[in-house]
Design a protein around this ligand. Structure first.
Ligand SMILES: O=C(O)CCC(=O)C(=O)O
Ligand SMILES: [Fe+2]
Length: 208
């Protein structure tokens, strides 16, 4: 048994991140695009894109988020210093903001992982992920249960710290923080009851 105390990275939330009007537009967009959502794939050491359903089960919107994507990136840019500070990281110059819209439906989950590319997966990208930000939105009242973000310690064996995926909440953490999405339960599995999110990564271009 470890005698060392566990150590967590800093992480934090911003509630009411986009406000009622913009969060309603995100929900409207997601519901209109139901037929475009596709199973999410993961990057492994051997493949840039693979689908291992024991690691991750979720859906994502593969298209361009267009105007709402621009508005989301603008909201992140406006809050960048705060986001870096909540995650205990130094802000960087010239951040690149990557966004992906996801839907967690009945039975979806994501096992413990880090978002940072490792030595084995860095070869697939010429930028590095530093800060992870996840924005949650869904129909009120919530039609799902579970789906908490579980942040694990970077040292020690303490139980993960859970963040509820509340509507219009942004959660930020360093991309090297181990984290998981706990299983989502949606009786009847209506798409309109999904736990929607925009996954966002602040990336830095690599100089070496
Ligand atoms: O949906 C979440 O709460 C986190 C998703 C996640 O960890 C990821 O997409 O890398
Ligand atoms: Fe992640």
């Amino acid at each position: 048994m470890s005698t060392e105390s566990s150590l967590f990275t800093k992480f934090g939330t911003i509630d009411g991140f986009l406000g009622p009007k913009m969060s309603a537009r995100f929900l409207e967009f997601a519901l209109l695009q139901e037929n475009s959502f596709a199973p999410t794939r993961v990057t492994t050491s051997s493949e840039e894109s693979s689908s291992d359903r024991s690691v991750r089960r979720s859906w994502h919107y593969p298209g361009d988020l267009g105007e709402i994507g621009r508005e989301f990136r603008a909201a992140i840019s406006d809050n960048l210093e705060k986001c870096f500070s909540l995650a205990g990281l130094m802000p960087i110059a010239d951040p690149i903001i990557e966004c992906d819209m996801a839907a967690h439906r009945d039975g979806c989950f994501f096992t413990r992982h880090i978002d940072t590319f490792t030595d084995e997966t860095r070869k697939f990208s010429d930028t590095d992920r530093l800060l992870s930000a996840v924005y949650y939105f869904y129909r009120q009242p919530s039609g799902f249960s579970g789906g908490e973000l579980a942040i694990a310690p970077i040292r020690g064996d303490a139980a993960p710290q859970l963040t509820a995926p509340l509507h219009d909440r942004l959660v930020v953490f360093p991309s090297f923080t181990p984290h998981a999405v706990l299983p989502v339960s949606i009786p009847g599995d209506a798409f309109s009851n999904a736990r929607f999110s925009v996954n966002c990564w602040i990336r830095r271009a690599r100089t070496r």
